[in-house]
Design a protein around this ligand. Structure first.
Ligand code: FAD
Length: 167
């Protein structure tokens, strides 16, 4: 049952064959599934092909395209965040992150992200641009680790998302 999953449960829940994940409505969830698995299901092939399929730019996003676009938005928000935000903006930003996770269109990604934010020390830190940028970097790294990807050096978050690389 999706509500009982916790952060340490790394496998996507309730999968159809070929990595297709169901949505809360019991139907295949496109934004929860990678494009190779989706195409394997819809085009009826027996397995994923050696060459990864390319998602046409005018098609609904798969879980990876959605993720890249979302991280671009989130890190860009931190890059433009004030150095000294008002208490009201800080409260709104905390609410935004909580609502963002609730509405995230890959439901199991969003559930895990909500669970991660509730863990000790992981609540959004929003009292300055640098603090929020580093927190977002740590949040992204938590997902990177979950997915077996390399962690990003959070000392470089601002070069990556605000100023551009120094060299
Ligand atoms: P991305 O991880 O999308 O990163 C984009 C770029 O950001 C990278 O090229 C790099 O330059 C930079 N970057 C990488 N790490 C950091 C960092 N820590 N700080 C700053 N910049 C960084 N996918 C799943 O399959 N399962 C999930 O449970 C899942 N949960 C997600 C939860 C959230 C809230 C979001 C926004 C996305 C989630 N995704 C999930 C998508 C996943 O994180 C990736 O976006 C997707 O797999 C594509 O990865 P990518 O390697 O292209 O680069």
């Amino acid at each position: 049952e999706q509500n009982e999953r916790d952060w340490t449960d790394t496998a996507p829940p309730k999968k159809l064959p070929k990595g297709v994940v169901l949505g809360p409505d019991g139907k295949p969830c496109r934004t929860c599934t990678d494009v190779a698995s989706w195409f394997a299901m819809t085009k009826g092939s027996k397995s994923k092909s050696a060459a990864p399929p390319v998602l046409p730019s005018d098609c609904p996003p798969d879980v990876e395209t959605l993720g890249r676009s979302s991280w671009t938005l989130l890190h860009s928000i931190t890059a433009q965040y004030p150095e000294k935000p008002s208490p009201d903006l800080q409260a709104e930003t905390r609410t935004f992150m909580s609502t963002f996770a609730k509405l995230y269109p890959c439901w199991w990604c969003g559930k895990d992200f909500q669970a991660w934010m509730k863990m000790d020390g992981n609540a959004p830190r929003v009292s300055s641009r640098d603090e929020f940028g580093r927190w977002m970097c740590e949040a992204h790294n938590a997902v990177n680790v979950k997915l077996g990807k390399k962690e990003f050096d959070c000392n470089k978050w601002e070069e990556r998302w605000r100023t551009g690389w120094k060299d």
